[in-house]
Ligand binder design. Structure first.
Ligand SMILES: Nc1ncnc2c1ncn2[C@@H]1O[C@H](COP(=O)(O)OP(=O)(O)OP(=O)(O)O)[C@@H](O)[C@H]1O
Ligand SMILES: [Mg+2]
Length: 232
């Protein structure tokens, strides 16, 4: 198992946000974590990354990581793309990508030029300051920078938020390509469309717990769950 989360709890002060989350991701699997605003999806990935103190068990490739500092978790091969599209605006696209490299002496499966070839909008802007990129390009850049660290599993938090439909499609294609190259993915989303298109399995979260687990088609057929936990 790539990632196995058991009975995960997390708190902000006295607010008990995660109330026993159970989740698994296998090697090469694309899994989406869905749910309405504020249910605890970002808190789940932050707790897995050690950015919010986790209570419970989190095993990554059979190593217990709950309680480890974030940089150690990242070095074990767990990549994280947070929701804020945090790039270095004064550095070029190429320089931003190079900052994602974790071990220069051990290049991984994502080479810089190779990546620029794959994503033509990044290639055209390789030597441009990243600050001028559009929202969609910044999102692709943060995802690609994380890939430069050669993660085995990458957790991507709401990559399509605020993007135009055509860009949503491109980000979806990028994520599908990452999966094709054998990287496991945990996609945090609110929109059903991309998640349903690229996921092997989906989890639905409500009030700090997983309330549904199944395939995209099982979710599509389960109107009760969609009505109660997803649709507005
Ligand atoms: N730093 C924080 N301090 C206090 N409360 C927080 C903090 N971050 C999040 N919360 C609260 O924790 C709950 C879960 O937040 P979380 O960010 O995990 O939600 P989410 O499912 O990712 O939704 P969205 O991204 O749409 O806000 C929310 O009620 C939110 O207000
Ligand atoms: Mg969130």
């Amino acid at each position: 198992m790539m990632l196995e989360v058991r009975d995960l709890h997390a708190y902000y002060g006295k607010s008990h946000i995660l109330q026993g989350v159970d989740m698994k991701i296998g090697a090469g699997e694309v899994v989406s974590l869905l749910g309405r605003n504020g249910v605890g999806r970002s808190t789940t990935v932050k707790a897995i990354m050690g950015e919010v103190p986790p209570h419970g068990s989190i095993r990554f490739k059979d190593t217990e990581i709950a309680g480890l500092p974030s940089y150690k978790i990242a070095h074990l091969g767990l990549g994280y793309v947070p929701e804020n599209r945090d790039i270095f605006p004064g550095l070029t696209v190429r320089q931003n990508l190079m900052l994602g490299i974790k071990n220069p002496r051990h290049p991984g499966k994502w080479r810089l030029d190779d990546m620029l070839d794959m994503f033509s909008n990044l290639k055209a802007r390789a030597d441009t300051a990243a600050g001028v990129l559009s929202g969609g390009e910044k999102q692709m850049l943060t995802i690609c920078r994380t890939l430069m660290g050669d993660p085995e599993l990458v957790m991507i938090d709401e990559p399509t938020e605020g993007l135009a439909p055509i860009i949503v499609q491109q980000v979806g294609d990028l994520i599908a390509e990452i999966a094709r190259r054998g990287v496991s993915i945990l996609l945090v989303e609110q929109k059903l469309s991309i998640a349903m298109r690229i996921s092997h399995r989906v989890y639905v979260m409500g009030h700090g717990q997983i309330v549904f687990e199944g395939t995209p088609s099982e979710l599509k057929d389960n109107e009760a769950i969609r009505k109660e936990w997803l649709e507005v």
